[in-house]
Design a protein around this ligand. Sequence first.
Ligand code: BGP
Length: 486
Amino acid sequence: MSGFPKDFYWGGATADFQYEGGFNEGNRGLLSHDYETDGSMEHPRHHTMKLADGTIKNYRSSFFYADQIPEDATPVFLDNEYYPSHQAVDFYHHYKEDIKLMADMGFNIYRFSICWSRIYPLGDEEEPNQEGIAFYRDVFEELKKYNIEPMVTICHDEMPMHLALKYNGWSNRHLIDAYVKYAETLFKEFGSYCHYWLTFNEINAVRGFGPCGTRESDGYTRYLADHNMFVASAKTVILGHKYNLENKFGAMYAMSGLYPRTCKPEDMLQSQLARRENWYFIDTMLRGYYHPYAKSIWQHHGFETLEISEEDKKTLYDGQLDFCSFSYYRTNTTQAGDKWFNVGGDDNPYLEKTPWGWGVDPLGLRYVLNEIYDRIQKPVFVVENGMGAIDEPDENDYVEDDYRIQYLNDHFKAMRDAITIDGVDCFGYTMWAPIDLVSLSTGEMKKRYGFVYVDMDDKGRGTLKRTPKKSFYWMKHVIETNGNDL
Ligand code: BGP
């Protein structure tokens, strides 16, 4: 094969709370992310919580800080804070325009997440919200109009607030039933439009925690919550296959590449063992059982074992995913003595960095595609990859983003080589994020990824006007030529 397969999927990916907005429209319920403020280096993203005695306190938006939150604290909105998810970049009112832009570039797939609390405002009530269903039906119809295949992320790093507060998030098995019921509603309502489903986004990174998810961050609770998510995913796969055999399921893993910092045997071993923090998720969900090394991970995190019932074991086995999808932005390095769980080394002297310090490593994508496919031997899909950069628009909002074109061009070549030289069965690519949207890690707009510039600043001010960048036209050509002119 000399190039990309002829039916290769080319498209883009977004997430509801970073893109959609309309947080108080269409009877949508509140999400954990709705309470997150914007952030910056000086002012980290946080949730504002009201304690039982009435005091207001800020808590960092990460599961590492979750156990600092008293149980009776409740999240609040403050007038002087800015909450990026509320408007985001307003796909809610711009979906027709945005989907047309995607079609103009030639996308044949679009990955987006459905907002759980738009379908079930509390997360677990008897009947779904018809206004939410109507909104997404319109989106699916619009995609159909342009022959764009949808790929739906059922849960992208989020949780209806009610479930977080009442049940303490994924640490409670009630979430399994609530999630499966929500997924079943999606199959019933949208099954005729959609056949590609991702059960969870970056499940190995997010893990249902944080101030508005599970409030304990000890090792046992974290891994118990992961287990409950595995079971929810597997039950959903089993159900989805029953609904329609054409349904194909993946889940999404954050797969930054990981290199040993040197070829010293101790560093090599460290990188192999640290990588298991990723394989743990991929093996369990794609092979359908906990690998024996799981025990060593649990013990490393301070507890002996997770008791897993025979019924859950069977569910995991029967509910294996059909393909492996992942995000790839960068590579890290690790060396003996680094914390096993926290491999953040971004000091690779061979790599250029983005303004956010992420090492740019196209060859790392080929490396990761190979290591996943060698291990799992099921089809793979790159569902997120892209370059967060500071764009400088001219007076017409036009951006000459040659740096983004270079980044994508190099990554596409690496992906092509993985397919054509190494034999990896990679069947598609969705770039993060085709239309500029709010950054997950910072809550800001200044970290932009899109082929299309959106006139909005870090505090949500601007006309929201959409303007194609130089990379828009470049991507159109890539798709027209199916990547044969890189
Ligand atoms: C992934 C998430 C996305 C997205 C992306 C880029 O982890 O799945 O939601 O935002 O990373 O990250 P950021 O927006 O922080 O640059």
